[in-house]
Ligand binder design. Structure first.
Ligand SMILES: *[C@@H]1O[C@H](CO)[C@@H](O)[C@H](O)[C@H]1NC(C)=O
Ligand SMILES: *[C@@H]1O[C@H](CO)[C@@H](O)[C@H](O)[C@H]1NC(C)=O
Ligand SMILES: *[C@@H]1O[C@H](CO)[C@@H](O)[C@H](O)[C@H]1NC(C)=O
Length: 374
């Protein structure tokens, strides 16, 4: 039931954003971004362009049935797990990214950008922490200026599908559309094509994997779940649990066999506040990085860009600036998130709460979002 609530809330958020005019939401950094594509409406299950289906025509797509959707998500039939379905058994394949190497931590935030993202971005900027942001396609279209901001700050921009649906319950066509519409929107704004996607709810099986693979995308799950979304959707949830878990994970750093990848959301005020509270705890125990950096894979199809650099600083022309050979890849050693975070970890003076450099337009939007979700 809880995942379903989450879905409804996410959909509500998307529809609020769809109603508000994107330019108003994007106002803080000046000229509004204009998309060339006509996108499906936010949160809807999209259909693919015919040429996208051509991309997988000759690929080896696993011939597994579309999983039946029950009221609470995918429903398993029988106990066998022939297609390595994470939702049912926690099964993963070698190409799935689930954890960082020992001593490292991939910090990830899902469902943005939202009106609450600027507060998180401010905090990350201030502590020079780079993160992986799994963005929802409709949110990218609603908040292009936040995508640009995150990209310029050298966060790793990644995909969280278009409609935030259970991918195993969708047809091959729908899965292609979920990924490609989201990739297209991100590419329009940043000039680069993300490689990483996180299936909503972690819901992935071999059919979904094979489609993602045929399109050149890599799935990222997690091995540490904050359950943070429950803070806004489940009255029985105690928000101190988020801090309690983070403290435990920090304690585990010395003995754990692998490092971590955590699941958090920049979906609500309270999840952003929790993210800000627990980050210093993780930074003290781990080298906290983007996912691409800890697994040493490029963030984008156009090239590297795993390294943090200031190369994209000039970026309003970002559409043509693929951070490719990232000049800075090597040179950026001095600004590496790890170095920065370990030095800043101790000075946790920043609550983030006072840094509301967001425009009143966004605040108003944020308020209406919060109201809708109660
Ligand atoms: C297609 O994928 C399946 C499952 O991953 C594998 O068993 C099979 O060998 C592959 N076939 C080809 C022709 O690559
Ligand atoms: C971690 O979170 C879970 C809920 O997701 C909670 O039941 C548990 O008590 C938390 N652990 C700590 C140490 O706070
Ligand atoms: C980025 O990736 C390249 C190759 O994938 C690797 O050599 C380099 O060390 C990485 N940089 C960082 C900062 O992780």
């Amino acid at each position: 039931m809880l995942p379903k609530l989450f879905l409804l809330a996410a959909t509500a958020l998307l529809s609020v954003n769809a109603q508000s005019s994107a330019p108003a939401a994007a106002a803080p950094s000046g000229a509004a971004f204009t998309f060339k594509e006509t996108y499906p409406s936010g949160g809807s299950k999209p259909t693919p362009k015919p040429e996208w289906m051509e991309l997988i025509k000759n690929a080896n797509i696993t011939n597994a049935p579309v999983v039946k959707a029950g009221p609470d998500g995918p429903t398993q039939s029988g106990n066998a797990d022939p297609y390595c379905d994470w939702t049912f058994t926690g099964c993963t394949r070698p190409d799935d990214i689930v954890a960082c190497p020992k001593g490292q931590w991939g910090i990830t935030y899902d469902d943005g950008p939202t009106a609450f993202s600027p507060k998180l971005y401010d905090f990350l900027d201030k502590t020079q922490q780079k993160s992986t942001l799994f963005m929802i396609g409709g949110q990218v279209v609603a908040f292009p200026d936040l995508v640009t901001r995150a990209y310029k700050s050298n966060h790793e921009i990644a995909m969280h599908t278009w409609s935030h649906s259970y991918l195993t319950t969708e047809t091959n066509e729908q899965i292609v559309a979920e990924l490609m519409w989201t990739a297209t929107a991100i590419k329009e704004v940043t000039g680069v094509t993300p490689r990483f996607y996180r299936p909503p709810y972690g819901d992935i099986d071999d059919r979904v994997r094979s489609i993602g693979h045929a399109l050149g995308f890599i799935p990222v799950i997690w091995n540490h779940d904050t359950d943070d979304w429950r803070v806004a959707e489940d009255k029985t949830f105690n928000e101190k649990w988020i801090d309690g878990n983070a403290t435990q994970w920090a304690k585990d750093a010395a003995t754990a066999e692998t490092g971590g990848i955590s699941l958090e959301h920049d979906l609500y005020q309270k999840t952003v506040d929790a993210a800000i509270r627990i980050l210093p705890t993780l930074q003290k125990a781990y080298k906290v990085t983007t996912v691409g950096q800890c697994v040493n894979q490029p963030s984008y199809k156009e090239g590297g860009a795993n390294a943090t650099s200031s190369a994209s600083a000039s970026a309003s022309a970002s559409a043509s600036v693929a951070p490719k050979s990232s000049s800075a890849a090597g040179a950026s050693g001095s600004v590496s998130p790890a170095g920065a975070s370990s030095s800043s970890a101790a000075q946790n003076t920043e609550s983030g709460a006072s840094r509301t450099a967001i425009s009143s337009a966004v605040l108003v939007l944020g308020a209406s979002v919060a109201y809708m979700l109660i």
